[in-house]
Structures are given as C-alpha cells and as structure tokens.
Design a protein around this ligand. Structure first.
Ligand code: 13P
Length: 255
C-alpha cells in the first residue's frame, strides 16, 4: 500500500501534564523509534507543553484535540493556531462527534477550523461518523459524505494531501461495539469516493482514512487489513502504553 499507516491516540479529557509526561515516557520506550508507521498522541491543551518536551527525540508526533479558527482576540476559552504551534503540534483533531454533540459544532464551523489548521502548516484530522439512529435509518453514507464535503469545502487539492479523515461511527465510540471490518471498509471506500470527486482520484489515494471506535489490540489486525483502512484514531486503548504500542505493532506488521 502506498499510504502509510497512522495510529493516533485521542486522549480526550484525560491525563494531567504530569500523567502525560509519564505515559509518553512509556510510549517512547515501546514505539518511540518507530519509522514504518506514523504515530501521534493528542493530549489536552494543558499537557501539550509537557508532552512536547517528553517527545523530544521521539518519532511519535504531537496532536491537539481542537483549535479555534481566529488568529487571536476576544474568544474566551479558545486556543489559536500560534498557541498550538508553539509546542510543535503537527496534527489537530477537528469535528470529533463529542464536539459535534456536546458543543454543537457544525460542518460550517469545522470547515473554518480545517482551513485555519492547514493555513498554519498543521494537519487536520477531520472526524466524521453516523449515530446509531442514522445507521438504522439507512443514512450512514449520506451523513458521512455530507460531513466530509462540508468539512473540506474550499480546501485546495494541494492542501487536501495533508488532511487525515477519521471515520468514527458514534455508536462504536467508548461502547465496546466495533464496526465489523466489512462495515468499516464499506464506509471508508465511500469516503474515498467523495474525496476523489472533490480532489481527483490521485489525491484521494494519498489521503489516510483512519477508523475510530473501540479499536483495540484484539480487533485491530482485522480492521487494518481492509484496503481503505489506513490506521486508527484510538480513545480508551491509547491511555495505556502497552495497548497503544500493540496497535502500532499491528499496523507495522502490515506496513
Ligand atoms: P474509543 O477508542 O474509546 O472508542 O474512542 C474512539 C474515539 O472517539 C477516538 O477519537
């Protein structure tokens, strides 16, 4: 496969700075020298400084979990691109279903953030995914396509190569329920078709599409074997160094 595998840990609202430092030390010891697979951890904002120091000399990259699109100003509680870049942040998770649901983020806002991340030389990890109700109503492909098109509106073909898409079925997040490899592959293939329509087939072939939702060492091999599944955006299993490293090793076997 020409695309590299990518295993990214979304730590969500977990780990203080001190805990982040300790976890990264363990992760570094297990997979810090990895070169065949892209690896990143995405701690909370308050742990980015400690995390960036702990990642010095490691091949594991740093990501953030959100960012505001404005450069600076009266936006109480928000974080700008410059603030993230100060710590060497390379990736920014955007449009996670938890932000869509609890913080009412819409495609239009997510799109502004995607463009701001790209304009600042970082890489957005754009999350898309359907709820259980939408899946049962036969709307999965429509929902995921709309979120992909909406999130990537007005992104240039050149910038599109820096985008990572994460398919995270909402019903599989933190529930222990995983999409079967076939179910996930079907949606990933549809997402790649949408990307091909937006940016051309060559560019679409270069874009990493990650799966997220109860991915763990026990189910990773089968998911990662699928043609259009290029890695994972990992929640729970990224909070322990041994399970996170096991996922990196699963990807490495196939790389
Ligand atoms: P879990 O791996 O805990 O299901 O979380 C997935 C996720 O939301 C990653 O962004």
């Amino acid at each position: 496969m020409s695309r590299r595998y990518f295993i990214a840990g979304n730590w969500k609202m977990n780990k203080t700075a001190a805990e982040a430092k300790a976890l990264i030390a363990e992760i570094n010891a297990l997979v810090g020298a990895e070169t065949a697979v892209d690896v990143a951890v995405c701690p909370t904002f308050t742990a980015l400084d400690a995390a960036s120091q702990a990642l010095k000399g490691s091949n594991v990259k740093l990501g953030a979990q959100n960012m505001y699109f404005e450069k600076s100003g009266a936006f109480t509680g928000e974080i700008s691109a410059d603030m993230l870049k100060e710590f060497g942040t390379e990736y920014v998770i955007l449009g996670h279903s938890e932000r869509r649901e609890y913080f009412k983020e819409c495609d239009c806002l997510i799109n502004k953030k995607v463009k701001a991340v790209l304009a600042n030389g970082m890489k957005p990890i754009l999350c898309v995914g359907e709820t259980l109700e939408q899946r049962e109503g036969g709307k999965t492909i429509d929902v995921v396509s709309e979120q992909t098109v909406g999130g990537l509106k007005d992104v240039s073909k050149e910038d599109a190569e820096k985008v990572v898409v994460a398919y995270e079925p909402v019903w599989a997040i933190g529930t222990g329920k995983t999409a079967t490899p076939e179910m996930a592959q079907e949606v990933h293939a549809e997402i790649r078709k949408v990307l091909a329509k937006l940016f051309g087939a060559d560019t679409a072939e270069k874009i990493q599409i990650l799966y997220g939702g109860s991915m763990k060492p026990e189910n990773a091999d089968a998911l990662l074997k699928e043609k259009d599944i290029d890695g994972g955006l990992i929640g729970g299993a990224a909070l322990k160094a041994d399970s996170f490293a096991a996922l990196v090793k699963s990807a490495k076997k196939l790389a």
